[in-house]
Design a protein around this ligand. Structure first.
Ligand code: PLP
Length: 392
């Protein structure tokens, strides 16, 4: 036992990560014999392009790839990220000062929060958002202030609504498009508006672009916040190989943008981790440089077909969709006749299908559920059958 059997003060406000808690529960249900189908988690079920897997194997087979690869990853991976940003978004990055590889973007966005805020500071987070933004703020003992997003404002926070007292204390503002959980997009004009606002109020804009390559229906590609004029003065963007290239388990991403913030993030990270396995960087380079657009388009068409299959049955199971997702990996649906938690709880306990209640994502998530498209087709069909059996 440690003294007084109490954890640190910062743990008081830090619950277990929602998907970690859910995963444990699902494991217990599986152990008790339930055949659980996970439509809750945004983990791609399909592999990356074959060349990426070959690159990993080749690099891992070499004798000289097994030591520490460096706190800033490899120069070639940083270069590949910079090339990707130029090709994809027409954004020029200095690979030495404006790109920092991450062990998945999640650690980067939490570690940057630890670098930037502390007690008394405010982190502005959309009222439905990836939970790690708020959890990072809690870990840093900062205050979270939610910016309302909903169907009526096209899921774009109206920055005029942020109370003056909160604005004075705000040091970080989070945006995420293509959006988890809603599938909403924003355009460069909106990023430009937010960049101007952040410059005016001296706030760091954190743009989470984890779903940059997951777009449906031939929509124009999702932009980068760094395309907004002057963005690098106030913004850092997080890119991730997880969803864009089907590499979630590989844990590879990067923070790009404002050099001072990249340096601050490196200072935290260099005290916490020692970078990734070189073979992962080598495979990441191949993914960024050679994944054919046709491969990305086919993968996205596959998700869109699953989306359409689900959209067809939702009205029959008491769910309604306000906005058809244009990208990301999810359907965001309104629960018509009960609370979101009652719907997900009954669905799980009575059918074994796990769906995420919207309350996990923030105050405006109440009354909604998120359904993931990252599930193989056979299991999706089985899930649909069970959902119809319970609710139709
Ligand atoms: C919006 C968003 N950002 C970031 C992440 C983290 O991605 P990773 O750490 O795998 O790069 C996720 C994962 O689900 C996400 O949905």
């Amino acid at each position: 036992m440690i003294k007084s059997a109490e954890f640190a003060e910062r743990m008081k406000n830090l619950p277990e990560y929602p998907f970690a808690a859910l995963g444990r529960r699902l494991q217990r249900l599986r152990t008790s014999g339930m055949d659980v189908i996970r439509l809750d988690m945004g983990s791609p079920d399909l592999p990356p392009a074959p060349t990426v897997i070959e690159a990993l194997a080749q690099s891992a087979a070499r004798a000289d790839t097994h030591g520490y690869a460096g706190y800033r990853g490899t120069a070639e991976f940083r270069q590949a990220v910079a090339e990707y940003y130029e090709r994809r978004f027409d954004v020029m990055l200095d690979p030495e000062t404006e790109v920092l590889p991450l062990i998945g973007s999640k650690e980067g966005l939490v570690n940057l929060t630890l670098a930037v805020v502390g007690p008394g500071d405010v982190v502005l987070v959309p009222s439905m958002a990836y939970p790690a933004y708020a959890m990072g703020a809690r870990l840093a003992e900062a205050d979270v202030v939610e910016m309302r997003i909903n169907h009526d404002n096209c899921y774009l926070p109206d920055l005029r609504d942020i109370p003056d007292g909160d604005l004075d204390r705000a040091k970080m503002l989070w945006l995420n498009y293509p959006n988890n959980p809603t599938g909403a997009f924003c355009d460069i004009d909106y990023y430009t508006h937010v960049v101007e606002f952040c410059r005016q109020h001296e706030i760091l804009l954190c743009s989470d672009n984890a779903y940059a390559e997951v777009v449906f229906d031939g929509n124009p590609h999702a932009p980068s916040a760094l395309q907004a004029p002057g963005a690098k003065d106030v913004a850092v963007e997080f890119m991730s190989m997880s969803k864009s290239f089907n590499m979630a388990g590989w844990r590879l991403g990067a923070a790009v943008g404002n050099a001072e913030m990249i340096e601050a993030l490196l200072r935290v990270k260099s005290n916490i981790d020692s970078g990734h396995f070189k073979a992962i960087y080598d495979a990441g380079i191949v993914a960024l440089r050679t994944t054919p657009q046709a491969w990305i388009d086919a993968r996205n068409a596959h998700y869109a077909a699953r989306r359409d299959k689900l959209l067809e049955i939702l009205p029959r199971i008491g769910l309604a969709v306000d906005d058809i997702p244009r990208g990301s990996l999810y359907i965001w649906a309104h629960v018509l006749n009960m609370s979101d938690t009652e719907f997900t709880e009954r669905t799980l306990t009575e059918t074994g299908v796990s769906i995420t209640p919207g309350t996990v994502y923030g105050i405006d998530g109440a009354g909604f559920v998120r359904i993931s498209l990252g599930i193989n087709d056979e299991r999706l069909d089985e899930a649909i059958e069970r959902l119809l059996g319970l609710w139709a």
